[in-house]
Each structure stands twice: as C-alpha cells, then as structure tokens.
Design a protein around this ligand. Structure first.
Ligand code: GLU
Length: 518
C-alpha cells in the first residue's frame, strides 16, 4: 500500500472517557499522518451497544480538540468515507459476512449460552489446552457445519438467534510484520472461531474494524498493544475477503505502565497515587463517580501533549521540550519503543513548569485574574502581568500563584519571628532608616535599577547583605522564602516598599522581637 496517500485512523469505542493511553494512540496517528502529508480520521466503533456510555463520544472529541489533535475526517465533520460512526454503517457489514459464508470461510452457529458453557466445562474436565470454539470443537456444536443446509436455512429465516463465526483453518501459521514488533507468527491452532456478526444485525468489532479500514482506505493501523492478539484474525479476514493487496501495515504501540513499571497503568493507580489518568474531568453517568482531568488539574494542553508524546517515542534530536510542529517533523514509527513506557507524574509536572516559564505573562495574568477576583483583589492588568512574570518561574500550576505571591497584593500581617529574633538588634533600626532615606530619593525601580540601587546602598554604607536582606524580605512579605529582594522591591514599587518597611520597623522595635545581643 506504499504508493497510496497515507490514511490513518483513531477508532475509539465510546465506552467511557479517553485514558491517556488513548490520547497517545491518537497523537501518534496524528503525528504520523502530518509527517507523511496524510489524513487522520476518527471513527467511532460503537457496535457493542451494551457497552455504550452516554457522553463518551463527545468527551473523546473534546479531549482531542483540547490537545490540538485535529482530525481531517470524523463523525462531527464528515468526510468522503463517512459515516464515521459504525452504528450508522450498520447495513454495510452483512454483505461481507455473507461473502465469507459463501466462500466457506464463515458459518452460522446457533448454540445457546448454556450450550457454550457446557462445551467449556467438557473441555475443562478433559484437560484440554485450549478452551475455545475452533476446528476441534465446532464439529460437536450446533452450527451450519453440523446441520443440513435446509435446517440452517429454516432456522435463519424463522428468526432464530444466530451468530456468524469465522472458520479458522487448523494447523497453519499466520505471519505478518508489525512496524514496531517486526515479524509476528501465530499458529491458527491458538485462534478461535470468533463471532463476526450477530442476528441483531450488528457486526462485532473484528468484522466492522476490518471492513471499515478497507472501505476507508486506511494504510496504517496504529493502535495499542492490547489489540495485537486480534491482528492475526484481522490478517486472515483480509485474506478471506480478497483484500490482500489493500491490507494496511500494522504498528502496535507499547503499553503505558504504572510509575513503578509494575503492570498497566489504570485509573485505580491514578486514584491511589493522586494523579489524573484522563485528559479532562469525567463524571460517570451510571455511578456518578467523578474523575479529575489533566486540564482541570491545571496542565497546559501543549505541556500535556509533549509529555504524552515522549511516553514510548523519542526524537532523533533527543530534545525534550518541543512544539507540535517539531514533533511532526521528527516523528517516525521506527523510533517508537517496543518496551512499555512508565508514566511518571513528576515528569508531567516538569513539562508543565517548562511550558509555564515560556508562557506569555499577559495570558497567565488573564487566567490568574479569576483567582484574584475570588479573593476580591483588584490590581491593574500591568501589575498582574508583572507579578505573573515573576511567579511563572517559581510555579508549576497557575493555581499555585496565589500561595506563592499573595504578598504582591496584600501587605504582610505577620512576620517570621525566627529571622527577626536572630537578626533584629538595636542597630538595625538605624540601618533601615538609612535604607528608607535612600529609597525616598531613588526613582529607577526597574529590575536592573533596583538591583544596582541595593548593591550600591550596602557598599556605600558598609552594610552586610546578611544583616539587611533577610530582614528586608521579612519586612516586605513576612516570610523567609520568595522571589529575590530586588525583584520584590521592583514590583511593589517605591511607595508600597516604603510603607511596608516603616510599618515593620515599628513592629520589630517592640520588645517581643528584640534580641539581647545588640
Ligand atoms: N475500537 C477499538 C478500541 O476501542 C479500536 C482498536 C483498533 O484501533 O483497531 O480501541
């Protein structure tokens, strides 16, 4: 299929929210399509109505949109090969099931659930290795291979429940090549006669998936490793349907593992370890259970996508922080790893911080605005922007801005006594009066101007940085840790700095803070 235009698809079943593993599958499909000037298609695989969950499809589309993973064809935007929801393609599939029946590669089966259970029990008691409906067991079951054609016809026409099963040939080997796992060889004796079609008029996943990939001219099937066991069956269907030449290439992506590498990452791990596994918030419509998404947890979509991209792939440049365009430029299936990728929440936070530092302070300020409003704080846009410019280097999430920078909006009410009792003595007052004096006649409060001013002041007055700066920080913000002192002064500005120092001197002079030393 190499000379065909590249067409890939992400084919989720709307059975719940999209897990980050699903986001990664969609992302790799998208990157691969873009890299190869191809099309990225979304197809909703909703043939199993019993697993349908209200709102899941909308969630999936919204999540991909948030991530900037834009599709070229899909249920919401249509396209040449639609419809893109399998439930709306219902009448397409019977024809192919019939083609398989006619060519002898499929057969009708009428077994009841009880009869199937009996078969399993029988196989268990005889110590059979494979407990499945296959070439060794089908002869003893109720199907069109063991019944006369008249009986089969009568049963089908009278509306009896039936299924159409694939007839897996025994003692053969299926060989196919996977772009990530190289050659895969499976004995057909390991495979069972999977159901392809049911008398309710619905195909199963396997038939619908293969038929749609064929009809939608899919060139590469890039999907999670959990689908690798289904690939030999799909390979056989392509042969049986006469579509050998149109068979897409397969690439099965590595599993996403728990942070400790022990097993597949699940929602329960997220709950237990306190991190999200879904891109957006999700409320289960059946149980009402709510799960937090990366978006609501405060992640930027570009940081999230960057983190996801590197779970199982690395670019030739070994760059870590990269734009979507850069990822497209460097993406190839050859560089997707075989081994499972450990999810690391700390790494996710690292990416968010890296992106935070690069964000425009103005944009951050408009997001921070909401928090300020809740606190009934009014500040000019210019001031908020400057504050955000400082905070973005110190925070991972915007939600941390307030606790790391409330003092830019409120004068301290209390002061860290450990510093004052250690540093404040009888001569401190005079030193800070000198500082106040100098401040009142200083006018350049730019970052550089403030730094220069402070350095010169200490030097000219023979003051030790260790005697002044820790106290000055406490006077301005009340606490030991925070941005650099000159940064604080530059932002607070002349007037506010002077007011805070004056108030603090008054309080520190009260005996409670005074040491006996000075
Ligand atoms: N509907 C399958 C899923 O839910 C798609 C598997 C595939 O991509 O073939 O993941």
């Amino acid at each position: 299929m190499s000379d065909q235009p590249v067409r890939v698809r992400f084919a989720p079943s709307p059975t719940g929210p999209l897990h980050i593993g699903g986001v990664r599958t969609a992302l790799y499909n998208f990157l691969f399509a873009k890299k190869n000037n191809g099309s990225f298609i979304i197809r909703i695989e909703d043939t199993d109505q019993s697993r349908f969950v209200q709102g899941a499809e909308q969630y999936i589309l919204e999540a991909l949109q948030w991530c900037g993973i834009q599709h070229n064809e899909g249920p919401d935007i249509g396209g040449r090969y639609g419809p893109y929801r399998q439930s709306e393609r219902k009448n397409i599939y019977l024809k192919y099931a019939e083609q398989l029946l006619n060519s002898g590669n499929a057969y009708y089966a009428f077994d009841t659930p009880e009869e199937l259970e009996d078969m399993r029990q029988r196989l268990k008691t005889t110590g059979s290795q494979t407990i499945q409906y296959d070439s060794t067991t089908r002869e003893a079951m109720k199907n069109s291979l063991t019944m006369s054609s008249e009986e089969t016809k009568t049963r089908v026409e009278s509306g009896d429940h039936y299924v159409i099963r694939i007839k897996i040939p025994p003692n053969e080997e299926v060989h196919f090549s996977d772009l990530i796992r190289s050659e895969v060889i499976v004995s057909t004796n390991q495979m069972d006669d999977k159901v392809l079609y049911k008398s309710d008029g619905m195909p199963t996943y396997h038939l619908a998936n293969v038929v749609d990939d064929y009809l939608m001219k899919i060139t590469h099937v890039i999907r999670g490793e959990e689908w690798l066991p289904s690939a030999p069956l799909h390979w056989l269907l392509y042969q049986f349907l006469g579509w050998k030449k149109e068979m897409p290439e397969f690439a099965h992506l590595p599993l996403l593992l728990r942070p400790d590498g022990n097993g597949k990452l699940s929602k329960r791990d997220g709950d237990r370890l306190g991190f999200p596994v879904f891109p957006l918030n999700w409320k289960d419509p059946q149980t009402g259970e709510e799960s937090t998404g990366f978006r609501e947890r405060g992640f930027f979509s570009d940081a999230f996508v960057n983190m996801i991209a590197l779970l199982g792939w690395n670019p030739p440049s070994h760059k870590e922080v990269m734009t979507l365009e850069e990822m497209i430029g460097e993406f190839s299936i050859e560089r997707v790893h075989k081994a499972g990728a450990k999810f690391d929440f700390e790494k996710a936070k690292y990416f968010n911080h890296e992106y935070m530092k690069k964000k425009d302070s103005k944009d951050l300020a408009s997001a921070f605005e909401k928090i300020l409003e809740e606190k009934h704080i009014t500040a000019t846009a210019d001031y908020s922007e400057k504050v955000c410019g400082v905070l973005k280097n110190r925070c991972t999430f915007i939600s941390e801005f307030w606790e790391n920078g409330y003092f830019f909006f409120e004068a301290p009410e209390s002061f860290d006594e450990s510093v004052i009792s250690k540093k404040w003595n009888n001569s401190s007052g005079i030193k800070f009066e000198i500082l106040l004096d100098a401040l009142s006649s200083h006018n350049d409060f730019s970052l550089a101007g403030t730094e220069k001013f402070l350095t010169a002041l200490l030097e000219e007055n023979d003051l030790k940085a260790g005697d002044i700066l820790p106290l000055l920080r406490i006077m301005l913000i009340g606490i030991k840790n925070g941005p650099a002192v000159f940064e604080l002064i530059s932002l607070l500005g002349k007037e506010e700095t002077i007011v805070r120092i004056q108030k603090a001197i008054e309080i520190f002079n009260k005996s409670i803070y005074r040491t006996e030393k000075g």
